[in-house]
Design a protein around this ligand. Structure first.
Ligand SMILES: Cc1ncc(COP(=O)(O)OP(=O)(O)O)c(N)n1
Ligand SMILES: Cc1nc(C(=O)O)sc1CCOP(=O)(O)O
Ligand SMILES: [Mg+2]
Length: 529
């Protein structure tokens, strides 16, 4: 076989960094290229400038020519179009104007032609970690409406919202002031904002690194989280080696989005990635050392705690729900008591009654009858949505979606000893579910489904594998959505504990027989080692 006959096994999403070179190797394109590669994307680089920089000083910044800047953009677009772009240090105002026009014209026509959406993350670099100013007086307004996300630190946020006030940074001394500034920047540039609190150190919060995320409009994210502001609190690692942490964060966000994750997910994964990188960082030179590259973060302790910073609904924490110690197995979800009974007779030990239509009286009667049957067959019967009837009639458990949680009395559910299963459709929702420690977490929808209209895209097996790596040790995890005999083996390979099915049982000619077959298949499948 000749070399030209060998086909690449898999293509990686292409991520561009448009940024400056850090001769010290800790920040700039050097940090971005390492990050993008570490997160399993292919990195391309459009150099804006060279900096003569070490870990302690920046002695010279020299921009590339206009011709070179444009040539890099156009040459790359022909052959290596981006799935996501991270923009870092821009050397002067003409680079901002040129790039904004290029994004508006060239990139937009590429996106229209191929029907793709390229995520654009701007880290508005103004100061190096050593404190030296790089370009504190640039006007970023030409990027109005062109960005997915901007990620200023507090000094940059202050300079961006109040360009004419040299003391503006001094006024951002607390969370409320930072939130207001971030919300105002979001309006000003018509984009989502992640205001990084990492640099503030002891003047703001010594033990946490807290970022403020203002979501204006994040494509594909849950409607529950649009137009909302969040505080993301991670542990602050006691290390001075943070050179390039902003570059790493923004290029990690771009890389995670290029892998098909929504913005909310990309932000929490990238924040965990930076925390892990600082924890494993090392010292070179006399100043701040660079972050280590530690791969896709799967340790739950690295992930931030999410709290809402607005008057919208928020989930409670610290409630203890019933803990489930037996595996749920293949878990059918049905909409009639007759079907429920036939599956219990066929041996189902976990089952859900999910009724979406009918009068209140009918629904209560069905739940009452289902609870009786659940008891008779010693099965774990979950009731979907109707938590009050579930409590009234003493069901084993309740299943709620994240939008349902805001309407339920969770303390009452916990105090009654009733188990609670919670749906999730993203890293962000997984973390929110984890913060309320339910009895199990459902992960959906894995494959396309026609059972219900889903606002999110199918997650697929790669995402499922990441979710299981993050939470598999902590909760029973149930995969749902489009699961059937043909994909059971692949689902089992992700090491998810249990699977819930609707159509694969309810639409079978003989549901009881289909249940038995699927259940046996699931038990017989081998999980990946
Ligand atoms: C096991 C399991 N997982 C997810 C769901 C979906 O619940 P929810 O998000 O509340 O949506 P509806 O079922 O109410 O449409 C579920 N029912 N069971
Ligand atoms: C009820 C439900 N909840 C989902 C979620 O992702 O939360 S997916 C889903 C439908 C699953 O049906 P089927 O097995 O027929 O695809
Ligand atoms: Mg529901």
């Amino acid at each position: 076989m000749t070399v030209s006959m060998l086909k690449p096994l898999a293509t990686k999403p292409v991520v561009w960094t448009i940024a400056g070179s850090d001769s010290g190797g800790g920040a700039g394109v050097q940090a971005d290229l390492l990050t993008i590669q570490d997160l399993d994307c292919h990195p391309c680089c459009v150099l804006t400038c060279l900096t003569a920089q070490s870990s302690v000083t920046v002695s010279l910044v020299e921009a590339v020519s206009v011709e070179m800047f444009s040539a890099q953009l156009n040459t790359l677009l022909q052959d290596l179009p981006p799935a996501a772009i991270k923009i870092g240090l821009l050397a002067n105002q003409s680079q901002i104007l040129l790039l904004a026009n290029w994004l508006k014209n060239e990139l937009c026509s590429y996106q229209k032609g191929c029907d793709v959406q390229v995520s654009i993350i701007l880290d508005p670099v103004m100061f190096a970690t050593c404190g030296d100013a790089l370009n504190p007086r640039l006007d970023f307004s030409p990027f109005d409406g062109l960005l997915t996300l901007i990620t200023p630190n507090i000094a940059e946020l202050a300079a961006l919202v109040d360009k004419n006030d040299v003391n503006s940074a001094a006024r951002l001394v607390d969370q409320a002031a930072c939130l207001q500034a971030a919300q105002s920047l979001s309006k000003q540039l018509n984009c989502n904002v992640l205001a990084k609190g990492g640099d503030l150190g002891p003047t703001w919060l010594a033990e946490c690194s807290q970022d403020i995320f203002v979501c204006r409009d994040a494509q594909g994210s849950s409607p529950l989280h649009q137009g909302r502001s969040f505080l993301l609190s991670g542990s602050r690692v006691a290390s001075k080696n943070t050179h390039g942490s902003g570059c790493t964060l923004s290029s990690a966000i771009a890389s995670v989005m290029a892998q098909g994750y929504v913005l909310h997910d990309a932000i929490v994964v990238a924040k965990a990635y930076v925390t892990a990188g600082i924890a494993a960082s090392y010292q070179v030179g006399c100043g701040a050392g660079p972050l280590a590259r530690t791969g896709w973060p799967s340790d739950l302790r690295l992930y931030p705690k999410i709290t809402t910073l607005d008057s919208g609904p928020s989930l409670p924490e610290g409630i203890e729900f019933h803990s489930i110690d037996e595996s749920l197995g293949l878990y059918p979800v049905v909409d009639t008591v007759a079907l429920l009974q036939s599956l219990l007779e066929a041996g189902a030990k976990t089952i859900q009654l999910r009724i979406k239509e009918g009068t209140t009286q009918y629904i209560e009667q069905q739940i009452d009858a289902a609870v009786q049957l659940g008891r008779d067959y010693k099965a774990k019967l979950f009731i979907n949505d109707h938590w009050e009837f579930a409590l009234k009639h003493g069901a084993y458990g309740i299943h709620l979606g994240q939008e349902d949680l805001n309407r339920a009395d969770l303390v009452k559910i916990a105090e009654s000893g009733t188990a609670l299963g919670v749906s999730s459709h993203s890293y962000f929702e997984l973390l929110l579910a984890h913060q309320m420690t339910p009895s199990y977490i459902a992960l959906g929808h894995i494959f396309p489904t026609t059972t219900k209209e889903m606002p999110s895209a199918p997650q697929g097996l790669d995402k499922l594998t990441h979710y299981v790596a993050l939470l598999g040790e902590h909760y029973p995890l149930v995969a749902i959505g489009g699961i059937e005999a043909s994909n059971l083996e692949a689902v089992k390979q992700t090491q998810v504990h249990d699977v819930a099915v609707v159509r694969a049982v309810t639409q079978a000619e003989n549901p009881a027989k289909a249940y038995k077959r699927l259940s046996e298949l699931w038990e017989a499948c081998d999980a990946a080692q």
